[in-house]
Design a protein around this ligand. Structure first.
Ligand code: C2E
Ligand code: MG
Ligand code: MG
Ligand code: MG
Length: 283
């Protein structure tokens, strides 16, 4: 009886495994056509000053309109884009699109607006990446200081030597560089001190831990580290007023999270953050 039971269990497990594999394969097939079908778009999430909530810029986040009624967030498919190498061409499109939008917003609304763009390790590996960025800046007329490239801590760990050279080139061009998801990848602190970067983006995990004393200690330590290294910080994943107040007491910096704004498509972002009076009148 128990043998039969475990056999059933295995069969059940097997079928759900192959269902998962099938689902993944189907998704991959669809992903390959998504760019040609124009199904990708960018959403923008505000990055604000902790001290007064003023919008300093935004992060561009990739979205996939898979069907008219189904939109996937980056966390659902960016890993697949990376596995297939599609991230290189999609990433290029993201960069160009985001720079174009930022140039328009700087001209129309906010002359100091900074756009943050996520860069995959695979893009960084290409030796001509800095040149590609330079071309995009030239074609979109965006000044280099208005662009912040975000590299995850784990990407830096993979190829630290080459990453350092490429990041140094980008910074020489005047572009800003941030380490994304900081605090989750165990980077060597001695290496961090030598990295040509401008900002640390403190992973949202730390904001969530702010209700515990240990989490407060960790946030305080990371903010002090950023100050000691002469870096700016952006606290990610801020969802409550209390988190905002706690961080502000630790140091003045930037913040991002649902408290200040959800990721929105460009038009909605503009209405919400550049024309708030229009929305007020509608209400
Ligand atoms: P990330 O760069 O750390 O981006 C922040 C993620 O946290 C976004 O998820 C955003 O929607 C979410 N988020 C923002 N505020 C809050 C909050 O207050 N609470 C919570 N719980 N979540 C919040 P998303 O858009 O799904 O992106 C996931 C990751 O995918 C990004 O993490 C980034 O690493 C990657 N990604 C997004 N767009 C691109 C892209 O164009 N290229 C590459 N290479 N990676 C991208
Ligand atoms: Mg990011
Ligand atoms: Mg991040
Ligand atoms: Mg994160």
């Amino acid at each position: 009886y128990s043998a039969k039971k475990s056999a059933e269990h295995i069969m059940f497990y097997d079928s759900s495994m192959s269902e998962q594999a099938e689902h993944r394969l189907k998704l991959l097939g669809e992903l390959r056509h998504a760019q040609n079908l124009g199904q990708f778009s960018l959403y923008y999430q505000p990055i604000v000053k902790l001290s007064d909530g003023a919008v300093a810029g935004a992060e561009a986040l990739l979205r996939w309109q898979k069907t008219p009624s189904e939109m996937l967030e980056a966390s659902d498919f960016v890993a697949l884009l990376e596995e297939t190498g599609l991230i290189v061409s999609v990433g290029n499109w993201v960069l160009e699109q985001a720079c174009k939008q930022a140039a328009a917003w700087r001209e129309q609304h906010s002359p100091d607006f900074v756009i943050s763009v996520n860069v995959s390790p695979m893009q960084l590996e290409h030796l001509d990446f800095p040149m590609q960025v330079e071309q995009v800046l030239a074609s979109t007329q965006l000044p280099p200081q208005a662009l912040m490239l975000e590299i995850t801590e784990s990407a830096l760990l993979m190829h630290p030597q080459q990453a350092r050279i490429t990041l140094a080139k980008l910074r020489t061009m005047g572009i800003q560089v941030a380490i994304d998801d900081f605090g989750t990848g165990f980077s060597s602190l001695s290496r961090l001190g030598h990295m040509p970067i401008d900002s640390l983006k403190i992973d949202g995990e730390f904001a969530r831990e702010l209700q515990h004393q240990r989490g407060q200690a960790l946030c305080q330590a990371i903010i002090q580290l950023s100050q000691a290294l002469g870096l700016h910080f952006v606290a990610e994943g801020i969802e409550t007023m209390q988190q905002k107040e706690q961080l502000l007491a630790m140091g003045d910096g930037l913040a991002q999270g649902f408290l200040f704004g959800y990721p929105l498509h460009a038009q909605q972002f503009s209405l919400t953050h550049f024309h708030p009076h229009i929305i007020q009148r509608v209400n």
